[in-house]
Design a binder for this molecule. Structure first.
Ligand code: FES
Length: 113
């Protein structure tokens, strides 16, 4: 009996699904370019770049990032293309998107203490 050649083990979700994603593109976080893949959310792209926090809380100014990842907790709010309070875990990244670290309520009114 002839043995079939061994396939390398799939290591990424894309490999497991046999997906061939389109080429990556660049988005900006506070003017710093990071890579994103088509279909990836802004939160996923930020996580992929090792960025875990992209806003501060309204009450104490503590760092916040994604928590639930499904649009329920609102911890992932970011200013995207000049629009504050966008849920980064729900927004697909688009080429050239500019994400700005959001402070407080995102409207420049300062923190509530
Ligand atoms: S991480 Fe919870 S709403 Fe985005």
């Amino acid at each position: 009996m002839k043995r079939l050649p061994r396939r390398p083990a799939a290591r990424t979700p894309a490999e497991l699904a046999g997906a061939v994603p389109d080429p990556e593109f660049t988005i900006l976080i506070d003017s710093r370019p990071i890579p994103a893949l088509p279909g990836q959310t802004i939160a996923a792209a930020l996580w992929g770049a090792g960025i875990l926090s992209w806003r501060t809380s309204r009450v104490n100014g503590v760092p916040r990032g994604a928590f639930c990842g499904i649009g329920s907790c609102f911890e992932c709010l970011a200013t995207v293309n000049g629009r504050p309070n966008q849920r980064a875990c729900l927004l697909p990244a688009a080429p050239g998107d500019e994400i700005t670290t959001q402070e407080g309520d995102g409207h420049g009114t300062g923190l509530t203490r």
